[in-house]
Design a protein around this ligand. Sequence first.
Ligand code: 13P
Ligand code: SF4
Length: 331
Amino acid sequence: MKYDELEQKGFLDIEVDPALDLFEEIARLKKERNAVVLAHYYQEPDIQDIADYIGDSLGLAQKAAKTQADMIVFAGVHFMAETAKILNPHKKLLLPDLRAGCSLSDSCPPELFKSFKDKHPDHLVISYINCSAGIKALSDIICTSSNAQLIVESLPKQQKIIFAPDKNLGAYINRKSGRNMLLWNGACMVHEIFSLEKITRLKQRHRDAKLIAHPECEEAVLRIADFIGSTTQLLKFAETDEASSYIVATETGILHSMQQNAPGKTFIAAPPDNACACNNCPHMRLNTLEKLYLCMKYELPEITMDEDLRIAAKKPIDRMLELSSQLGLGG
Ligand code: 13P
Ligand code: SF4
């Protein structure tokens, strides 16, 4: 269903009774609908607290592949819900706000990518999961920030590779693995906006704090980071590392889980290059507890997909899931 159809139906004007206990209502609807709520770490704290599972992109895809629920409510962005639908064609897949897109996914339109790919017929295509079903259908293997390096290194050194759509993650994997993958020129608006100057000043003020960063950040930030990893890897590091304070260069939503998992430690959000002190993903933050409740109540907005596209997009995701379990990466 398209966003304007929801508008025409009046769905977007429905208001939530402020007297309702949304935690209770959502818990009731979960039981009634046999629904599971999957949430990314970049969701607002209330959504993380009501979720059945919180994870990074890999964990969420693995969970979606295994769930026995009849309904999956995806508290994340469109490409994540779409991935879950690709893996679960017969389940109802809901996304609280259909406009929750992704700048990185948008930076790689399938028509342009196809002509780029056609110019390099001897290259294998590895795409970061932050892309549309159309890009997945043009790819050989999908990866996430948790498994990108291992997946690239599982291929023979001489294999020519196109990596799309994140140039920062691709360049990071090139540096780590000594490969020379051809990179699509895409980036995440959240991770690319961190200010090196402000982070450097913050490091001077908090000399004991370690800088931990997501590999979607630009090279200049990654170069001064003490640890680089996916959201789950950053969380694990913050929990198990011996330091007591951290400057965190990724979306601020992760601080909620970090603080819960390591209550005695201090987490400082790395500042972006604008007037804000922290860095929220505007797409992820379109989802709210109210919208989550409404979408479970009315079973809208639903993610649907053309079957041929779904089948083509599923192959490289299956390959990622198989490789991940062979490589011992959760699931
Ligand atoms: P991970 O979940 O793989 O850490 O990716 C972060 C992200 O930007 C998701 O949109
Ligand atoms: Fe996309 Fe970046 Fe937002 Fe993740 S944080 S959904 S990559 S724009």
